[in-house]
Design a protein around this ligand. Sequence first.
Ligand code: PXL
Length: 278
Amino acid sequence: MHDTIGVTPPRVLTIAGTDSGGGAGVAADLRTMAACGAHGCVAVTAVTVQNSVGVTGVHTVPPETVAAQIVSVATDIGLDAAKTGMLAGREIIEAVAEACDRVGIGERIPLVVDPVAASMHGDPLLAGDALDAYRNLLFPRATLVTPNLDEVRLLVGVDVHDRAGQRDAATVLHALGPRHVLVKGGHMSEDGCVDLLYDGHTFTELPGPRFDTIHTHGGGDSMASAIACGLARGLPVPGAVAFGKRYITEAVRHSYPLGAGHGPVSPLWAVRPWWAGG
Ligand code: PXL
């Protein structure tokens, strides 16, 4: 037996799908968590067959296996925060909600819900009958939900074109029960990329630059993971979201081409690999 000098880092769980192209889902989450100084745990929900051009297959994990992964890590390793990404369908959402209740995720342990519905190619990553489960089961348990504008339209039927629409959407989403809502403005046509945080009382705008690039695969996943890492370190939600915004801005700035289609953002910008100017 050897002594080691390590201190246990913040422990963050991602409940999400895999991307064979290595850009989004669990791959983006674990890179982000490592770069943010957290230990990432994984509950896999689905295996996707995809590359930079699109998704050609989805194989879901049995809901009871998803739940068992969550309970297994929470009861031994322990968790300081959790996030959800691709949940694929209603049955997995139901199993995740139940498992979260069993171990205190969404109560004692902060929960970031990124309501992934489709890939950036428009390929579906969520069954059509799962939206109710998101609204009724996961949103009320969430510390923070982080929809983009496409997900806002699907979830609450609000079409956002400007800052006023973003506020309306945040208000409607907050009424579903999450403690905080972050309506991401990345798909809005206005100048820059302004995200809007709402806690039921106060709207906080988070401005950021807009980059002229198609290489943003995995951006939402990486941002939600960075926010979860901030929460795991004990930051309050506004501080964790501000950290996540700075983090994803740099990850998009350092994004790179890969394959013939959409390349990924680079969550590893923070550890300065040689190819990112390290
Ligand atoms: O970025 C959303 C997303 C999340 N999870 C998986 C994905 C994608 C986008 O393609 O493949 C597994």
